[in-house]
Design a binder for this molecule. Structure first.
Ligand SMILES: [Zn+2]
Length: 427
């Protein structure tokens, strides 16, 4: 009996030691991640002209978890409410930029207070870059917001050229060359894979629009990160239609009508978006199989084909006729459409993409959609460990290279390898 108690005590002691060892290793691992993030930031700040000095000068008042904000892989967000305040104490450098990635929603206004001057910044984007201009000379700056917000990341930079990963969003296009009408967030990376980076690298003005914006608000962060990665500079726009799974056009139509969306609403959104951005080319998704059987992909693509020419009819959606005037689209391409098939080569390395191919850029773009790393999607774009996909031409089903000319005012394509064939490029 006595022997048993000793044995139990011994086992308990061993167990305690194991737990202690585990906790110590966990602490060390966390510290390692922290220092790796520090090293990466330091590296990036050395590479670019503008120095990332967030580490040295940001302080937080009444904000929980603020210290986690510097961890690159951190999933925590900081909540800025009422009396919370972010301070920039800046004894050695001139602060010229503040870059904030808001979580889910952004405030209308950002109040920036210096020692002798104040300014109010009108916030328009979820990922916002503020140039401080004349406030940059101030030694201490405090930041407050017009409403309670959550922040994913905040960075402070000195003057100079900012690193590529800092998003400097421009307003939506006034006149687009290409209007990409994606159904959901990530369709533009998966089924338009390579197309947007290809034409962005060719200096085309690209506007991206989503029929059914994400229901989960954190996915707007992924969407922006993904678009920025593939070279889109103009802020995307969103229709107000409800995202819901369906397997056919009637089912998609029925679901949308349950949310008070009629086909006329969809028609009006299509014609008003075309009138607003005045594109030469519009692209949409697969109307036949909905890429992988998604009824909303089929339905919105069907509506695009049916109503695209109505943007020249002043009676349809008269409000947007008054606001933007009429516009005729030269071409509509739908993914995998049967008419006048074209095949794009998305596997040519381009110097504008630093030697990467347009398809590889979209692979990078989709890597920002971490929440979508489920089921079919990553396999579709990256393949498997045994059979990795490195080129667009390796995708046999739903090839992102294959498009059909569903509508044209400039005649059919003859060479069939460029969406801008037959178009006056100087327009
Ligand atoms: Zn989709």
């Amino acid at each position: 009996m006595k022997f048993n108690i000793v044995e139990i005590k011994h086992k308990l002691k061993k167990k305690k030691e194991r737990i202690k060892r585990f906790k110590r290793n966990l602490r060390l691992a966390k510290r390692k991640i922290h220092f790796r993030a520090l090293k990466n930031d330091l590296k990036s700040s050395l590479k670019s002209d503008a120095k990332n000095i967030s580490w040295f000068c940001l302080t937080f008042k009444n904000i929980k978890h603020a210290r986690y904000i510097f961890l690159r892989n951190n999933k925590k967000v900081i909540r800025v409410i009422n009396d919370s305040q972010i301070n920039i104490l800046n004894p050695f450098h001139k602060v010229n930029y503040i870059y904030i990635k808001f979580h889910k929603e952004f405030p209308q206004k950002i109040f920036i207070k210096g020692q002798n001057a104040n300014t109010t910044y009108q916030c328009k984007y979820l990922h916002t870059l503020i140039k401080l201009n004349d406030l940059s000379v101030l030694r201490k700056i405090s930041i407050k917001f017009s409403s309670d917000v959550k922040i994913n990341r905040i960075y402070v930079f000195t003057d100079g050229e900012l690193p590529d990963w800092v998003q400097k969003w421009e307003p939506p296009c006034e006149k687009a060359d290409l209007l990409a009408m994606s159904t959901h967030s990530d369709d533009e990376q998966l089924f338009f894979a390579g197309v947007l980076p290809l034409y962005a690298a060719k200096n085309k003005r690209i506007q991206v629009s989503y029929f059914a914006p994400p229901l989960a608000l954190h996915r707007f962060n992924e969407l922006l990160d993904g678009l920025w990665q593939i070279g889109i500079k103009n802020y995307p726009v969103f229709a107000p239609f409800y995202e819901e799974w369906s397997m056919s056009i009637p089912e998609a139509k029925n679901n949308l009508s349950n949310h008070n969306t009629t086909e006329e609403d969809i028609q009006n959104y299509i014609v008003s978006t075309i009138r607003r951005f005045k594109p030469l080319v519009v692209i949409g998704q697969d109307p036949i199989n909905g890429e992988y059987g998604h009824g909303q992909h089929m339905y919105f693509a069907y509506c695009l084909g049916k109503y695209i020419s109505n943007s020249t009819n002043p009676v349809i959606d008269p409000e947007s006729t008054r606001k933007y005037g009429l516009h005729s689209v030269s071409k509509l391409y739908l993914h995998l459409h049967k008419n006048n098939r074209i095949v794009l080569d998305l596997d040519i390395p381009m110097k504008e993409l630093h030697g990467k191919t347009p398809f590889e850029k979209s692979q990078e773009g989709f890597s920002k959609h971490r929440s979508q790393y489920v089921a079919f999607f990553p396999k579709f774009l990256y393949g498997t460990i045994r059979h990795p996909i490195t080129q667009a031409r390796q995708i046999k089903d739903n090839s992102p290279c294959e498009w059909g000319l569903a509508y044209t005012t400039v005649g059919p394509d003859l060479i069939c390898c460029d969406m801008f064939e037959n178009l006056d490029q100087t327009d």
